[in-house]
Design a protein around this ligand. Structure first.
Ligand SMILES: *Cc1c(COP(=O)(O)O)cnc(C)c1O
Length: 412
């Protein structure tokens, strides 16, 4: 069968909806369109039954109880609610005094964590942004060093969206529990792909999102622990008091039903998916690194998600590389800001130089990825990198054995 182009290798950015998810959602657009808040008629009860089933599936995926699940519009909102909601609820001192409390996070979190924390800093909270080591993995020891007497919250992602590295969530959770500090994790890249249990890992708050796990966009959830401790949050939005007051607004029933179905499928299939994708990822990495010299896989080898790889290719120019592999839908190590292409702050955070960051590709596999697509990606990328290197004088010098770090460059 002919390969349909372009191929999709950007599942860390978003995933297609599983057809079983779409099928589950359809009745809730039309015959079961009621408002789950309508207590007096069939339409409302049908909607509520759909929500209940979704809540049950979401809770089961993470080893929680249904009462601990708050539906949101996705991980960005879940992170905002967890981080700001906890900070406002547990702040140590009134606004205007020296510090309202301290928050610990890390400098390679997603913007949906970094920016809420930065907002709190502007409002008078203190924060420590832990810099990762070169392998990208945050350990309990690093978090311990950052804790203070006035620390309210630790927020550390479970797995990194750019490089797929996995942090020591269990160790960090245990540490926070011992110190009586709330622990939130942005589990958007982890939950639904890998086993999640909020009790085993001592998690108080956990965010995840529908569209990263083959569900619809615009829906996600926040887990809020109810026992030992009972976590309270200040709501960020006032209104009808839905979701036990944590998140007012008429429930997005179609989205939530789809999210629930995606959680149910994930629980049943993630193990098989992870094994299959892990093999394909290994094949991809091996295919590239065996045929190309001067390329490096970013992030600790044995602590990564099975379906994400991030590779820097030396002696190629980043924009040229992206152009040359345009039949492979993937992400580059450059981030578009309004004016220019900036190297990824995650790769920079690991100590990857600007040039190499620009010439990096994040390839992320998913349920629809085939062996044939992986073969195609290997061949295309090898071809592109080899071709670009024929145009690189630096690569010639490198091959002649000139140590480029010792060359004195003329600066203009
Ligand atoms: C995608 C992603 C988000 C944002 O999730 P949305 O549901 O799109 O708001 C947050 N954190 C991580 C790690 C992500 O990968």
């Amino acid at each position: 069968m002919a390969l349909s182009l372009p191929i999709y290798m950007d599942h860390a950015a978003t995933t297609p909806c599983d057809p079983r998810v779409v099928e589950a959602m359809l009745p809730y657009f039309t015959e079961k369109f009621g408002n789950a808040g309508s207590r007096n008629h069939r339409f409302g009860w049908d909607a509520e039954a759909g929500i209940d089933a979704a809540r049950d599936a979401a809770a089961r995926l993470i080893g929680a109880s249904e009462k601990e699940i708050i539906f949101t519009s996705g991980s960005t909102e879940s992170n905002n609610l967890a981080i700001k909601g906890a900070a406002y609820m547990y702040e140590k001192a009134p606004a205007g005094s020296k510090s309202r409390g301290h928050i610990v996070t890390c400098s390679i979190e997603h913007k949906a964590v970094l920016d809420p924390v930065k907002r709190l800093v502007k409002e008078g909270f203190d924060a420590t942004f832990i810099d990762p080591p070169a392998d990208g993995v945050i350990t309990a020891e690093m978090v311990q060093k950052a804790l203070r007497d006035d620390t309210i919250l630790v927020t550390i992602m479970w797995a990194n969206n750019e490089i797929g590295t996995i942090n020591d969530v269990r160790g960090i959770g245990k540490l926070c529990k011992e110190r009586g500090i709330l622990f939130h994790t942005d589990a958007t890249q982890w939950t639904g792909k890998m086993p999640t249990n909020v009790d085993a890992d001592h998690i108080d708050l956990l965010s995840w999102s529908g569209h990263k796990i083959y569900g619809p966009k615009g829906v996600g959830a926040l887990y809020v622990r109810r026992h030992r401790p009972r976590v309270r949050l200040q709501a960020l939005q006032d209104g009808g008091g839905q979701e036990r007051g944590f998140r007012s607004g008429t429930l997005n029933i179609t989205g939530i039903v789809g999210f629930g179905k995606a959680c149910e499928i994930a629980l049943n299939e993630m193990e098989a998916d992870a094994i299959r994708l892990g093999r394909l990822r290994q094949k991809l990495e091996q295919g590239l690194t065996s045929q190309l010299d001067s390329c490096a896989i970013n992030g600790r080898a044995d602590g990564r998600l099975p379906h994400i790889t991030n590779i820097s290719f030396g002696f190629v120019e980043g924009e040229g590389l992206m152009m040359a592999v345009k039949n492979i839908a993937c992400s580059s190590g450059s981030a578009c800001t309004s004016a220019s292409l900036e190297p990824s702050y995650v790769l920079k955070g690991l100590g990857v130089g600007d040039e190499l960051a620009h010439s990096s590709l994040r390839l992320s596999l998913g349920r629809g990825t085939t062996e044939e697509q992986v073969d195609y990606a290997i061949a295309e990328i090898v071809k592109a990198v080899k071709k670009l290197r024929t145009m690189s004088p630096l690569y010639d010098m490198h091959k002649e054995g000139i140590d480029l770090s010792k060359v004195e460059w003329a600066h203009h």
